[in-house]
Unconditional design. Structure first.
Length: 501
């Protein structure tokens, strides 16, 4: 598979280009993203689906610009898919032929079920979900898929989209109740198996609504992907958006580019959630484009990353862990320390703790000065796929840890609602920092750790750890206990309790 892959997605509202850079077999990251509000479906739904000249001109202009970008980035492989507006258009073949002849881009018009499938495999691989129903509300259709144990079991596509409802109802002065009856009638074909407590919200409408919820609630983590909320708590807010006049939408956190169709989108979304009996929504920052890319990348893996492979971890290490230092006993020592102290904070954070250890060197990519701050920023921005917000913040927070203080208080104050208890966090930061001290002093040493209620923590190494003694002695600890460090045959010494310094 080429190093750079482009995906173009032509929807009823927007045309988008994304370019992915592969860093290894399963590592990749986004290096370019462009969007144009082509509104190719504008005026089509009230004219039998026929694409109108203005929409065709806008779409062609956007694709022409995308073609230039693709050449600039030296992309070797391009996937171009078109969804509802072209799917419904009697004159789509003329547009497809024009683009192929003039720009050399082959457009694949996909079915609504295929659109739902692409969105679902993106969600299943890049969100921390295994079960639920994906909902992607576009301009012309609402595409849904049933996920169970990480697999796509069923898909369905409904002729319910924001532009379609706007042209058929809002633009004609029809009431919200009339639109609601129309929507409910078209939800009847949804299979009973789609009734699920968790909904996975895909697409621009869902992201715009989630962004508004984040702003309303002063949510501390500025990230849409994996943002989760309870429907019952936000339903009154969504109804407020549905009934708001256009000029008031900005005050509700809706950006100008979404204002013209967000009320219709919110109405469709609420009605689908009601029909499914869903209780929670997890927002997806990925969708059809990522699904098209993953369909190619994972074609020999049954559309799933192999067990133990996380694409964000892989990509971050590929790009930022340039030192390529030996892994040595870092994970083994860290796992042992976690085991010794887990009664103080529980087993729930073990995976995040070990993943933080895997990423411990990424801050050095920029400079060793303030490497902890660099690591926090890199992780909080790039650690996207397969993690909840709580997991993202915890891993980034551990990377920010330093030996002289257990945790960085300003960050704890900001992200408190997403982090473990202060007691658990102190212990996690302590064993994370202690593991790194031992690893950095001798990555290949055989190190054994034991706990005794009377003696405290004893660490034995078959290699000298002279500098480790000084670093451990300077550490802040979460409780009163001694640490005895023995390297080879010689006892190097004991640290003192911080209260005795």
């Amino acid at each position: 598979m080429p190093k750079r892959i482009a995906v173009i997605d032509i929807g009823s509202n927007s045309a988008r280009l994304v370019i992915y850079q592969r860093t290894s077999r399963y590592g990749f990251h986004l290096i370019c993203q462009q969007k144009s509000r082509v509104r190719i479906g504008e005026g089509a739904y009230e004219r039998g689906g026929e694409l109108q000249p203005a929409g065709i001109r806008r779409a062609f202009g956007a694709l022409q610009s995308f073609s230039h970008t693709i050449r600039e980035y030296k992309v070797r492989k391009v996937h171009c898919v078109a969804t509802s507006a072209l799917r419904d258009a009697p004159n789509r073949s003329e547009f497809v032929s024009l683009v192929r002849r003039k720009l050399g881009i082959d457009i694949k018009v996909i079915s609504g079920e295929k659109e739902a499938f692409f969105g679902a495999i993106a969600a299943a691989n890049l969100l921390p979900v295994r079960d639920g129903v994906t909902i992607d509300i576009g301009g012309g259709s609402a595409d849904m898929a049933l996920l169970r144990d990480g697999r796509v079991l069923q898909t369905i596509s409904l002729n319910l989209g924001t532009v379609r409802i706007k042209e058929l109802f809002t633009d004609r002065g029809a009431s919200i109740e009339d639109a609601k009856c129309y929507i409910r009638d078209r939800l009847q074909p949804i299979p009973e198996s789609f009734r699920q407590s968790r909904a996975v919200a895909i697409g621009g409408t869902a992201r715009a609504l989630s962004r508004a919820v984040i702003m309303k609630n002063d949510y501390p983590f500025d990230k849409i992907h994996a943002f989760t909320y309870r429907i019952e708590e936000e339903k009154p807010f969504f109804k407020k958006i549905i009934h708001a006049p256009m000029e008031k939408l900005r005050e509700l956190g809706i950006k100008k580019g979404r204002a013209d169709t967000i009320r219709e989108g919110a109405l469709i979304f609420l009605e689908i959630l009601r029909h499914l009996g869903a209780e929670t929504v997890i927002t997806s920052g990925v969708g059809v484009r990522e699904g098209v890319f993953l369909n190619d990348l994972l074609r020999n893996d049954r559309h799933r990353f192999p067990p133990g492979i996380n694409p964000s971890i892989r990509s971050i290490k590929d790009r930022f862990d340039f030192l390529a230092l030996p892994e040595g006993n870092r994970r083994r020592v860290g796992a042992r320390l976690y085991e010794l102290f887990e009664a103080r904070f529980g087993v729930a954070y073990r995976k995040c703790f070990l993943q933080a250890l895997d990423l411990c060197n990424i801050g050095k990519m920029l400079t060793i000065y303030k490497e902890h701050q660099h690591a926090f920023y890199i992780a909080s921005q790039e650690l996207n796929y397969g993690f909840s917000h709580e997991e993202m913040v915890l891993i980034a927070f551990l990377l920010r840890s330093k030996g002289d203080t257990l945790y960085y208080k300003p960050l704890y104050k900001k992200y408190k609602s997403l982090l473990p208890s202060k007691k658990a966090l102190k212990w996690l930061c302590f064993i994370y920092t202690l593991t790194l001290i031992l690893y950095e002093n001798s990555s290949e040493a055989t190190i054994e750790c034991e706990w005794d209620d009377a003696e405290g923590l004893t660490i034995r190494s078959d290699r000298p750890l002279y500098l480790a003694h000084e670093a451990i002695d300077a550490m802040e600890k979460p409780d009163r206990f001694a640490i005895r460090l023995i390297d080879g045959c010689e006892s190097v010494g004991n640290t003192v309790d911080p209260d005795e310094k």
